[in-house]
Design a protein around this ligand. Structure first.
Ligand code: 5RP
Length: 216
C-alpha cells in the first residue's frame, strides 16, 4: 500500500467531477493538498470557498479563484478528506482542527469524501475533535469529560481545540450529546446524511461508494 499514491488517485478522481461554472467547497488536509493542483491543472472556470486559511492560501497560489464564504449561499460540490470512515457512512473529521468550517462547507454542497485505504474502520474510535468557546472553558471541559485539550493553535474563529476521549458507541447519540453541550462550537462527527460520495484509494484503484446521489 502506498498511501501518498492513494491520496493522489482519489484527489484526481474527485477533480474529474467538476465542470465549468461550479461553485466548489475545498476541505483541508494532506489529501486535499493533492486535489488543489489537480483542479488547477484542469483550468476550469470555477469559484471556490476554502475551509481553512491554509487551503485558501494554497489554492490562490495555484491560481484558483477563492471567495469568502459569506456571500455564496450554496455550493455545487465540496471535496474533503476524513480521518475515519465507518461502514455506515459516519465520519470523524477534524484531525487538522478545521472541522467546524469543514462541516459548514460540507453541508452547503454535494459532499465528496476523498480518503486513502487507512481511513475506513470497523467502528469509530476516539478522540473526536472538538472546537470550544474560550468563554467558560473549564465548565465546558467538566461537562464533556473525558476530554483533553490539544496542543494546537486556536481555530481561525478563535475556538479552542480539544478531543473527546470517551467511547463512541452510537455516533448519533454521542453527536447529539456533544451538540447539546453549552460552549461546544462543533464536533468532528459527520453523519452519513451529509455525505454524497466516498472515494477510497486502494493502491492504484479508486473505490466509489455512493451514499446519496440525487442533488438536494
Ligand atoms: C482536517 C480534516 C482532514 O480532512 C482529515 O484530518 C484528513 O486529513 P488528511 O487528508 O491529511 O489525512 O478533517 O480538519
Amino acid at each position: 500500500m502506498n498511501v501518498e499514491r492513494e491520496k493522489r488517485a482519489v484527489a484526481e478522481a474527485a477533480a474529474e467531477y467538476l465542470v465549468d461554472g461550479m461553485t466548489v467547497g475545498l476541505g483541508t488536509g494532506s489529501t486535499v493538498a493533492y486535489l488543489l493542483p489537480a483542479l488547477a491543472r484542469r483550468r476550469l472556470a470555477i469559484r471556490c470557498v476554502a475551509s481553512s486559511p491554509r487551503t485558501e492560501h494554497a489554492a490562490r497560489e495555484l491560481g484558483l479563484s477563492v471567495e469568502p464564504f459569506g456571500t455564496v449561499s450554496q455550493l455545487d460540490v465540496t471535496i474533503d478528506g476524513a480521518d475515519q470512515i465507518a461502514p455506515d457512512g459516519w465520519l470523524i473529521k477534524g484531525g487538522g482542527a478545521a472541522h467546524t468550517r469543514e462541516k459548514i462547507v460540507a453541508a452547503a454542497g454535494q459532499f465528496v469524501v476523498i480518503a486513502d485505504s487507512t481511513k475506513p474502520v470497523g467502528a469509530l474510535r476516539p478522540p473526536i475533535p472538538l472546537e470550544l468557546l474560550a468563554f467558560g472553558l473549564s465548565a465546558t471541559l467538566c461537562r464533556l469529560h473525558p476530554v483533553a485539550l490539544r496542543d494546537v493553535p486556536r481555530s481561525p474563529d478563535g475556538g479552542v481545540i480539544a478531543g473527546y476521549q470517551g467511547a463512541v458507541g452510537d455516533p448519533a447519540r454521542l453527536a447529539a450529546r456533544l451538540s447539546a453541550t453549552p460552549g461546544l462550537v462543533d464536533h468532528g462527527l459527520f453523519p452519513p446524511e451529509l455525505v454524497a460520495i466516498v472515494l477510497i484509494g486502494h493502491d492504484d484503484e479508486v473505490e466509489r461508494r455512493v451514499l446519496r446521489s440525487a442533488a438536494r
